[in-house]
Design a protein around this ligand. Sequence first.
Ligand code: MEV
Length: 440
Amino acid sequence: MSKTISGFSKLSKSKKIDWIVNTYFSNTEEAKQVLKQYWSNNEKLQQLHDEFIENTITNYYLPLGVAPNFLINNTIYTIPMAIEESSVVAAASKAAKFWLDRGGFKTKVISTTKIGQVHFMYYGDFNKLQSFFERVKSKLIKQAKPITKNMEARGGGILDIELRDKTEGIKGYYQLHASFETLDAMGANFINSCLEQFAETFKNEALLFDGFSEEEKQIQIVMSILSNYVPDCLVRAEVSCKVEDLNEDNSISAEDFANKFIQAVNIAEIEPYRAVTHNKGIMNGIDAVVLATGNDFRAVEAGVHAYASRNGKYSSLTHAKIEDGIFYFWMEIPLALGTVGGLTGLHPLVKLALELLRKPSAKELMQIVAVAGLAQNFAALRSLTTTGIQQGHMKMHLMNILNQFEASDNEKILLTDHFKTNTVTHSAVVKAIEKLRNGA
Ligand code: MEV
C-alpha cells in the first residue's frame, strides 16, 4: 500500500485512523485501540482538542504535577508542571522546601519589550531610504491603529520603529526593527499583524515617494515576523542565605557545599559542553511551567539559548558567589509569556493551572517561571556536587521500570520498599522482579 496520500486533511477522523493503521501497522486493531484509549468521553472537550491542530487523531497525555511550598517575594505558590521526566517535580519541590526555610526566592521583572522585524531589500541610495523612512514612520504607526487601538487603551502598543542597515551581511538588506509592549499577552499575533501592516504601508508609500528613482521605489519585502530573541524582556530570580545556613545534612559542611556549588556554576560559565546540560536542567523547570500555563515553550527555548550565547560563547544562565559570608545564587533570563490569549482561555487545564497560580499577570508569570528554573538548577547542582544525580534519579525512575515489567500493585509496594535500602539500577530492579515472581 502507498505510504503517501493526498487530501488526507479532508478525511474524517476515523478514516484518517483507518488509513494510518492499514498503511503502517500489522496489528491494526491494537493500534486503533492505543489511539482510541486516549480519546475523551467528554465530546466537547474532545472537539476542542481536535480543533487545536490539523489532523488530530488522538490526545497526547503528559503528567501534570505540582510543586508546593514556593515562597516568592513573600507569597507562597504551588507551581503546576507538565513534564514526563521522573525527577523534575520532586527536585523542584525539594528546592522549594529548602529555600522556604531560608527566606524564599526574590524576583524582579527588569524589562518587557518584544521585538519584530520587517526584512526587506533595497538597492538604492541609503540617504534617500533614510529620509523616506523618517517621512513615512508616523504613517506606519497610524495605519496600524486598527490593530493597536485596544492594546494602546490598555497601556501597550508599538514602542518604536527603527530603520536598520544590514548591508554588511547581505547586499541590499535592510530592516524595520520594531519594539512592542504587549502587556499580559504573549503578543505574537499582535506583533505579526502590526508588522504585516508596516510592510504594506512601507511598500505602497515607497511607490509614491518623489525622492526615489523608479528603481528605488521597488522595495522588496522579504518577510515580516516577530523575533523570539527577547533580551529586553528580562526577569531576575535569586536566592541568598548565610553560608552556614546551607547546611542540611552531615555529609558535607555548609562551607564545602557552597564552594563546590560555586565551582560547578563557574564550570558551566566557561565550558560550553557543561553549560548546555546545566541550562537544560534549568529548562526542565521552565518548560514544565511554560507548558502547564499554555505558553510556547519552543519560543522560550530558542530565546533563552540565544541569550545564553549573547557574549559570543554559550554559557551558564545562572551565577553564584559568596560575599561577606552570604551565599548568592541568581539568574536573569528572557521570557516572553502571556496569561491572556492563545491557549490560556481555551484549554481547561491551562485555565486551572493559571487559577492555581492566582491568575497571574504576564509579569508575575515571568517571575514564577524564572523561579522554577532557578530551583531546578539548584536541585540539580546540589545532587551533582554531593550524592551524584543517579541516586535520586533512579529512585524516581524505579516506577517506570516497574511499569515496563507490568508489575502489579502488590509487587510495586514490595519492590518500592525493597529499594528504599538498596541501590536502584535497571539490572537490580529486573533481578528483584524475577526473584519476587519466582517466589525466591
Ligand atoms: C537532567 O534532565 C538534568 C541535569 O542533567 C541537569 C544538570 O546536569 O545540571 C541533571
